[in-house]
Write a new protein. Sequence first.
Length: 239
Amino acid sequence: MRATPSPTPSPRPLALVLTLLLACSGDAGGGPTETETSGSSVASDSAGATSSDASAGPSGSGSGSGGEGPANDRCDAFCAAVVAAGCSSGPTLDACMLTCTTLTSSESCDALGNAYFDCVDGVEITCDAGGDPVAPSCGLQYLLAIDCAVHSNPNPDVVEPCASYCGHVQDAACPNNAPEDECSTNCLWFGASGTGCGDAWLEFLGCANAASFACVLGFAVAEGCGEPFQAYSQCIDGV
């Protein structure tokens, strides 16, 4: 679901953030203070991977043949391959397609999208310990593609709320927070158009932007916003 990468975002596990939020119960909440790391399933959770071990992408695995055409032309083969990997926590075909088309929503980002697909074509898709499909060594390409997509074609409804939210996260000065540009990429990706969960993400952002922030396990957490964040997470998981 999920910018001009300078510097390139250095992701953190969304699973860790979600675990943290759930551990805080309904009295706390959080958000994309960090991106996901290797092995995260983009179609169900969002966006990211390390520069050495990546999520197979928008759920993914190898697309079809490489090329310089529209990146979204490669989503069918890409998603068929990731579903064929059979990972226990992998996405459905529909969920993968939804995320892949979001990733490839801007023609100006086709070169970066194709670079990611080309990378994935050259590696073996495996399942990580959490059952998510991963594409080793394609994380940097994935982050660049996402970063471009969410800033070139953002959901306009979340742009200002995300800017406010990421400002609050930075003001909290928690030791494990990512840079503000990384927070922005995550926030825009989580609220990307087409997921069907934009309203749920806006509910969380509305809560967070009116909340106090605390550092929990080194991450900025919007106090009292656990319930809307869980509602968003359940929406995405159901895609």
